[in-house]
Write a protein of this length. Structure first.
Length: 246
């Protein structure tokens, strides 16, 4: 495919597991992702989505019958997942090699077993194309506790607040406030997974009170930070492993 190829909104009758080594921007239903080259996109059957390549020249996609979908409820919604080396090799092989039915079945079985214990990537957050809005996004990703509001950023960058607002909404599907909350909570998820306390995590991600942090975290993850951290600790070590951020 061409490095800037765009696939307009469409859907499939089967579940799709896509790997785009060059990276891409993907919209699936209400989810807007900036997918890195080491992340899979899981797109459930019938979910409308579009894709914009970000320098990618190849894409590997498996289209799987929903009848073999894993039983965990998370597979009913779009997911971004880190590419396990073995899972990546399986996907590449299935997409590029002629193999018999028995080997296909065995490969799919192993792939599904790996995916079942693969942690979801919570940092596949779309960033604006506009260079001024991108500078704002980069600063927040670098320091989630960054407190400047959109008016402050607009004044510093010499643009109107409306310009920045439109850039965030058009390129990420989120308002600036919604995007910053997601960025903070995704950063908080990583800190909790590393063993930091709820209080410390709250402070490091820009929340003045633990109450506000807990409310925001619950809205994104459907659980309190404490219960989420306990659940993470209960997982086997290989399932807790986090990929290094690029």
């Amino acid at each position: 495919m061409s490095p800037d190829q765009f696939f307009e909104a469409h859907s499939h009758e089967r579940d799709q597991l896509a790997w785009i080594p060059g990276g891409a921007r993907i919209r699936v239903a209400d989810s807007h992702w900036r997918l890195q080259g080491d992340q899979f996109a899981w797109i459930p059957a019938l979910a409308e989505h579009d894709m914009q390549m970000s320098g990618a020249e190849e894409m590997f996609s498996l289209y799987l019958d929903p009848s073999i979908r894993l039983p965990q409820s998370r597979w009913n919604r779009p997911l971004a997942l880190p590419v396990d080396p073995v899972a990546g090799a399986i996907v590449r092989s299935l997409c590029t090699s002629k193999i018999d039915g028995a080997r296909v079945d065995a490969s799919i079985a192993l792939l599904m077993a790996i995916l079942a214990v693969t942690d979801e990537s919570y940092d596949a957050l779309a960033v604006p194309h506009d260079p001024r809005a991108r500078a704002v996004a980069d600063a927040i990703l670098l320091d989630p506790a960054e407190e400047r509001g959109l008016d402050d950023w607009a004044q510093q960058l010499g643009v109107s607040t409306k310009t920045l607002h439109r850039a965030f909404l058009a390129d990420t599907g989120l308002t600036f406030s919604q995007w910053r909350t997601r960025a903070r909570i995704y950063a908080a998820e990583r800190l909790l997974a590393e063993g930091h306390s709820v209080q410390e995590t709250s402070e490091r991600t820009g929340y003045a009170t633990s109450t506000g942090f807990i409310k925001a975290f619950r809205q994104v993850f459907g659980a309190t930070p404490a219960s989420y951290a306990r659940a993470k600790k209960a997982l086997p070590a290989h399932a807790r492993a986090r990929r290094r951020r690029p």
